[in-house]
Design a binder for this molecule. Structure first.
Ligand code: ADP
Ligand code: MG
Ligand code: ZN
Length: 477
């Protein structure tokens, strides 16, 4: 702490004089004419925010009838889903000034500066109303105050000032405060109580249609060949955020330049998905032949178990070209349409699919490798969730034994049960995974010839597409 202060104090003198003084130009930013049309997908969020736009256009319509707009609206969702973009679009649509600041800026400041910055911000906003005040990453200042001595004074003062300002102006002044966060559960309850940020707009990861639209929006910025199938790309990029999709399009353009072409192709886009999701191809990474064979069997094991269970998504593509992310093999599963609910059977099948890689090693190679560590983690997570969160076990029925504490960042969980119950859960998780592992092994044993045939193909070609896979699988021989 003291070191930080010294460093700052050693900086240019002007900084000292500016301390606590308003510096008007800092905040006013144009939203660069961003409109709702620039935000693809997210129809529900846009619909929600349309009301705000309408209000900013004509506050009188609302005050005449006695309705007041919420002062604060919280945009919540995982990183890269377009929260910042949406906030700018609201300002762009309403054609009002956009005051923006980021929560993380305050963490780095002199004590007292944060609070005075907040004060200035609101003072200016009120003068410029109707307008939008946007606080990005509000969790950086709005974390729950834990009351321990020596906590982050600066953050707390800034938060208090923000609360004071929000209470200080009446509704219907034409100032709308938008804030964004991907950790809503860490916010201080004082921030989310009625009269402050009492409206929440979820901004979720895009579904298939949303992904296709986002790709199209960003594809307008680059030159593409005419045969590009956006739906196909969107299917392959299942789970990608808007920011990742934008990145995929840009990577495709870069790839085209590298290849000396003047436009990007379907192949560029497909390869970019893998680059963005799985890291760059290690062109000269060396895998021994034996390793390559093991990885081939491992990946085919997953795919074969998935394909043989009717409810599992079919395989789009498998490659055994190593990626910088460290993954040796890579399976691209394709979900047909979107899934909101998963049945018990589907989860069990998924666990079986995760164990399929290891099962294939056991059967074909006769020894096991470290290559299954991620599979083990995923399978365990699912099995655990079935018992502790989804009420899918006989023994515990519909009792919640775990709660998700961090919904948008990885979904950490915390246990809420006694030590004895915990022991019992552990035992059940093991039994569940074991059962599915046995099932996967049986499926592979029943299809031993196909397992060999497919693994050989993958070993030789290093890549196998879903179509090729199904052709070999269904080929009567
Ligand atoms: P967040 O604030 O939720 O982390 P951003 O709004 O900063 O995400 O998004 C980063 C970038 O990703 C945007 O500038 C845009 O290029 C792209 N992006 C994200 N979501 C969308 C979307 N729904 N439509 C179009 N582009 C998007
Ligand atoms: Mg953002
Ligand atoms: Zn695996």
């Amino acid at each position: 702490m003291s070191r930080k202060l010294m460093n700052r104090a050693g900086g240019p003198n002007s900084m000292m004089f500016n301390m606590g003084k308003s510096n008007a130009k800092v905040y006013v930013k144009s939203s660069n004419g961003i409109k709702f049309a620039d935000v693809a997908g997210e129809d529900e969020a846009k619909e929600n925010l349309t009301e705000i736009v309408d209000y900013l256009h004509n506050p009188k319509k609302y005050s005449d009838i006695g309705a007041s707009m919420p002062k604060g609206i919280l945009l919540v969702g995982p990183p890269g889903t377009g929260k910042t973009l949406l906030a700018k679009a609201v300002a762009g649509e309403a054609d009002v000034p956009f005051f923006s600041m980021s929560g993380s800026e305050f963490v780095e400041m002199f004590v007292g500066m944060g609070a005075s910055k907040v004060r200035d911000l609101f003072k200016q906003a009120k003068e410029k109303a109707p307008c939008i005040v946007f606080i990005d990453e509000i969790d950086a200042i709005g974390q729950k105050r834990d009351g321990c001595i020596g906590g982050n004074d600066e953050r707390e003062q800034t938060l208090n000032q923000l609360l004071t300002e929000m209470d200080g102006f009446e509704g219907n002044t034409g100032v709308i405060i938008l804030a964004a966060t991907n950790r809503p559960e860490t916010l201080d309850p004082a921030l989310t109580r009625p009269g402050r940020f009492d409206r929440r707009v979820p901004v979720e990861l895009p579904d298939l249609k949303g992904r296709e639209e986002i790709l199209k929006v960003h594809a307008k910025k680059i030159k593409l060949s005419e045969d590009v199938d956006f739906e196909q790309i969107a299917r392959m990029a299942s789970g990608a955020s808007g920011a990742e999709l934008a990145n995929i399009v840009n990577e495709a353009a870069l790839r085209a330049v590298r290849a000396g072409r003047s436009f990007a192709t379907q192949a560029d886009l497909e390869e970019s998905i893998e680059v963005v999701i799985a890291g760059y191809q290690k062109k000269n990474a060396l895998m021994t032949d034996k390793e390559k064979m093991i990885v081939s069997y491992h990946e085919i094991g997953h795919a074969l178990v998935a394909a043989k269970q009717t409810n599992s998504a079919p395989v789009q593509k498998i490659t055994i070209v190593p990626r910088t992310s460290g993954a040796l093999g890579y399976i691209m599963q394709v979900e047909q349409g979107n899934h909101y609910l998963m049945s018990k059977e589907e989860i069990e099948n998924k666990i079986a699919t995760y164990t399929g890689g290891r099962a294939a090693e056991e059967i074909a190679v006769g020894s096991i490798s470290t290559g299954a560590s991620n599979d083990i983690e995923q399978a365990t997570k699912l099995a655990r969730a079935m018992i502790t969160r989804y009420g899918m076990s006989e023994a515990f029925d519909m009792v919640a034994l775990e709660t998700v504490t961090n919904q948008y960042l990885g979904g950490d969980t915390s246990l809420a049960c006694s030590a004895e119950t915990q022991t019992e859960i552990d035992r059940m998780v093991v039994a569940l995974v074991k059962e599915q592992h046995d099932k996967a092994r049986q499926i592979l044993l029943d299809n031993r010839a196909k397992l060999d045939q497919l693994a050989q193909y993958l070993y030789q070609h290093e890549t196998i597409t879903g179509d090729e896979f199904m052709k070999i699988l269904n080929d009567e021989k």
